[in-house]
Design a protein around this ligand. Structure first.
Ligand code: AGP
Length: 369
């Protein structure tokens, strides 16, 4: 097992550090900037069906559901196709309205999640086209769907999902860009700009990983917190949800993720000097609005840990701690902002002596309903 961990203390840490390579593996052979195109067999073979979808329905659970939420923002921004994202477990137990013009995308690392599998079967019965985004090759969901795209993240052993999340976002971004190009909702120049920036993402993740020691120091300060709030807006709202899930899963600290603007509709009542608030405040992304949310937290004595764009000065003056990530195109920021949140939860759990790779009560794939 020590050999399998490749010198890291835990699989989770190894998998966090594998993300630059995993993302390259995800886009290798698919993203062809020299030819100005994206090749994805599962999409290419069904291009008209997918590109002409009246709506895309995304079904998933847990972290994969969070990747679906990021994809909703990306698909709507780039490809201008309406998207709905649903917990697979809810979808299957109501009587959803699905037509033959719908495309259902099921996202699942393991490809074995029972609720996600059942949601696909239901959608197929109602005539929808089912597309799978799985990591495990030959898994049940990859076989049940009409077509799909593998994430190629390599085996993910840690129960807390890390590289599966970022590679799911990568695949779905490629798909959105491909559909956008086909449907003419993106200019050739912008399309090329995205491809070139995608190629820079692995190096930018490496840069974000360099914050590890600084994040460990922050983890040490907040490891005894009873609660923690995560806030983000736009593309980074799902990242806030994912950050909170990571902390809950492996450190057993209660954490909630919220869209930053929702804070004033309730969660603000929780804020006092005992409450750490992790805020994703990267440039662009409603930056000024997030800064005013930070001011609201500060005036109530909340402790602010802000994820900011490299070189940011404004938030640095307000926050108790800042963690920098490199700048990128706004829809791609989740691929970077996720990294420090993974490291923060990892270090808190290690400092608390928890079983990081196999947290209590959790299984890697949930094959029961
Ligand atoms: C993630 O950290 C969790 N362990 C869990 O939420 C997981 O994402 C969920 O069970 C879905 O699994 P799947 O992607 O294999 O379908």
């Amino acid at each position: 097992e020590q050999i399998e961990k490749g010198g890291y203390d835990h699989f989770m840490l190894k998998e966090i550090h594998e993300q630059p390579t995993a993302i390259k593996d995800t886009y290798r052979g698919r993203m062809l900037p020299d030819e100005g195109l994206i090749r994805m067999a599962g999409v290419d073979d069904n291009l008209e069906r997918i590109a002409n979808a009246k709506r895309i329905l995304i079904v998933a659970c847990g972290t994969s559901w969070h990747a679906g939420l990021v994809a909703e923002y990306i698909f709507e921004e780039l490809a201008r196709i309406p998207v709905e994202v649903e917990y697979a477990s809810e979808f299957r137990y109501r009587n959803p309205i699905i037509s033959e013009k719908d495309v259902i995308i099921a996202i699942s690392q393991s490809g074995e999640t029972a609720d996600t599998m059942a949601a696909i079967k239901l959608a197929k019965e109602k005539g929808a086209f089912a597309f799978g985004v799985c990591n495990v090759v030959g898994s049940s969901i990859s076989r049940e769907t009409h077509a799909g795209a593998y994430t190629h993240a390599g085996p993910e052993i840690g129960v807390a999902s890390t590289k599966a999340f970022t590679t799911q976002i990568t695949v779905l971004t490629l798909m959105a860009l491909k559909l956008a190009k086909h449907n003419g909702t993106i200019s050739n120049t912008d399309f090329m700009t995205y491809l070139q920036e995608m190629e820079r993402i692995p190096a930018k993740i490496e840069k974000a990983l360099e914050g590890d020691e600084h994040i460990k120091m922050i983890a040490d300060i907040y490891k005894d917190a009873r609660n923690c709030l995560y806030l983000g807006r736009g593309f980074n709202f799902p990242v806030a949800l994912e950050g909170a899930l990571k902390l809950k899963e492996i450190s057993y600290i209660h954490a909630e993720g919220y869209p930053a603007a929702e804070m004033k509709h309730g969660p603000i009542a929780l804020i006092d000097e005992e409450m750490p608030v992790v805020v994703i405040a990267t440039k662009k992304g409603h930056y000024e609005k997030v800064v005013s949310n930070i001011q609201e937290i500060k005036s109530r004595s909340g402790k602010i840990i802000a994820i900011v764009t490299e070189g940011d000065e404004e938030v640095r003056d307000l926050a108790d701690h800042v963690i920098e990530v490199p700048e990128t195109l706004e829809p791609l920021t989740p691929l970077l902002t996720t990294i420090p949140l993974q490291l923060l939860s990892y270090h808190i759990a290690v400092l608390l002596g928890k079983n990081v790779d196999q947290p209590r009560n959790l299984a890697k794939s949930v094959t029961v309903e």
